[in-house]
Ligand binder design. Structure first.
Ligand code: SF4
Length: 245
């Protein structure tokens, strides 16, 4: 199907450079951030993490025994307190039980068995906190790839089908998965808006079917990506600190 997926990554990388994701200082902060960011802008997550840290709750041993009422004031920026407070406690317990073990693919099933953890949260934890090769799919991934490829594909398919489609087309490389997801988030935030994509300023415009649809078709694999003469307008998380690997 069309251009190699790695080209999409390369175009964004050349524009934005390495994104140094996930934005956190410790693996446990990745875990907490992955839970807090559900349905919430990253700016709010940063504020909640700062509150939790100031109060000493970013210690997994302490968070594992927190009561919802103790966490409530620190979760005010992200809302969903009644759901996220118990989930933080559960995920802290899971983390305590796993943090010194060799990461295993089977952990995905364990995480998904925790009430409130979906595939995007589980894969974010596995990829960025434990460096397992699983690609994180989010709304930006679906929107951008559907526009870039511009043909029927797994864009609206269940999470795992699209994740498999992506992983089959990339080298199995943790660092690539980490940075590619971050690049897609950056493209989505800056250019690939839901209603009015800003194709003229997007680093993917030369390989994107949406931007090229009144121009030429894709170049065959091995040739340079096609150049776009005139971008076309139509229908359509902050990046904090880098985690030490
Ligand atoms: S070129 Fe336009 S449609 Fe394609 S990914 Fe960029 S912003 Fe989205």
């Amino acid at each position: 199907m069309g251009i190699p997926l790695i080209w999409v990554y390369q175009q964004a990388y050349q524009a934005y450079g390495h994104r140094f994701w996930w934005p956190a200082r410790t693996p446990f902060e990745v875990v907490v951030g992955a839970v807090l960011t559900q349905n919430v802008l990253w700016e709010r997550v940063e504020r909640a993490i700062a509150l939790l840290e100031d109060a000493g709750w970013l210690e997994p041993g302490r968070l594992a025994h927190a009561t919802p009422d103790e966490l409530r004031p620190h979760l005010q920026p992200v809302g969903y307190y009644s759901r996220k407070a118990p989930l933080l406690r559960e995920i802290a317990r899971w983390y305590l039980d796993h943090r010194h073990r060799i990461p295993q693919p089977s952990w995905r099933g364990e995480l998904l068995n925790i009430h409130g953890v979906g595939p995007e949260t589980a894969d974010s934890i596995l990829l960025y906190a434990f460096h397992l090769p699983v690609f994180v799919v989010d709304a930006y991934t679906r929107r951008i790839l559907s526009r870039v490829y511009g043909v029927p594909g797994p864009w609206d398919a269940p999470y795992d089908r699209l994740r498999g489609w992506i992983e089959q087309r990339l080298p199995r490389d943790v660092a690539l998965y980490q940075d590619f997801h971050a690049q897609l988030v950056e493209v989505g935030k800056r250019s690939c808006k839901r209603r009015r994509p800003r194709c003229s300023q997007c680093p993917l415009r030369s390989v994107c079917a949406y931007a090229l649809r009144d121009g030429k078709a894709f170049a065959p694999a091995g040739e340079d990506p096609p150049r776009r003469s005139r971008p076309r307008e139509g229908p359509g998380k902050a990046v904090p600190r880098a985690i030490a690997r």
